[in-house]
Write a protein that binds this ligand. Structure first.
Ligand code: FES
Length: 156
């Protein structure tokens, strides 16, 4: 249901850049929900780095605003509070544990590919800007930025 109409389209507001706040305020807040164009984005400050991604989890729309941050397989991931899906913060990849059929092999982390749309954060003279991702095509978190997805969130 999610990819039928948008697979070849540019994401809404692609490339749009927006001032989202003062660096010091965003550092202090650590997590901030902002609207850029028509998208709801969470800006995260963690260990000296800013990240931005769609705020609603690609799986079922859980809010990443309060997700824990964990290092998994040497990558920083946000853990969705709703069903604990792990999403790499730099790329938006969905990570999962694969249990090999061969029981002598330990389980290992694998990627489902990019599932959450991540955006670019830049600083100019103490001001922080978010520029929306220009990656073409469908990324699963796009669903919760659509009209239908927003309605689902309201009904949930
Ligand atoms: Fe995020 Fe299910 S909604 S893990």
């Amino acid at each position: 249901r999610r990819s039928a109409t948008m697979s070849e389209k540019e994401p809404a507001d692609s490339g749009k850049s927006c001032l989202v706040g003062k660096k010091e305020n965003l550092i202090e807040a650590k997590r901030t929900s902002v609207t850029v164009g028509d998208r709801v984005v969470v800006v995260i400050y963690h260990q000296g780095v800013f990240y931005a991604m769609d705020q609603h989890c690609y799986h079922a729309g859980g809010s990443l605003l309060n997700g824990d941050i964990e290092e998994i397989d040497n990558r920083l991931c946000i853990v969705c509070p709703k069903h604990k899906y792990k999403i790499s913060m730099a790329e938006g990849e969905g990570l999962y544990i694969s249990n090999p059929k061969d029981k002598d092999q330990p389980p290992c982390w694998k990627s489902k590919g990019i599932k959450q749309r991540v955006h670019k954060v830049t600083e100019v003279d103490g001001d922080i800007y978010v520029t929306l991702s220009e990656t073409p095509g469908w990324i699963d978190s796009d669903y919760y930025q659509s009209e239908q997805g927003r309605m689902d969130l309201k009904l949930a």
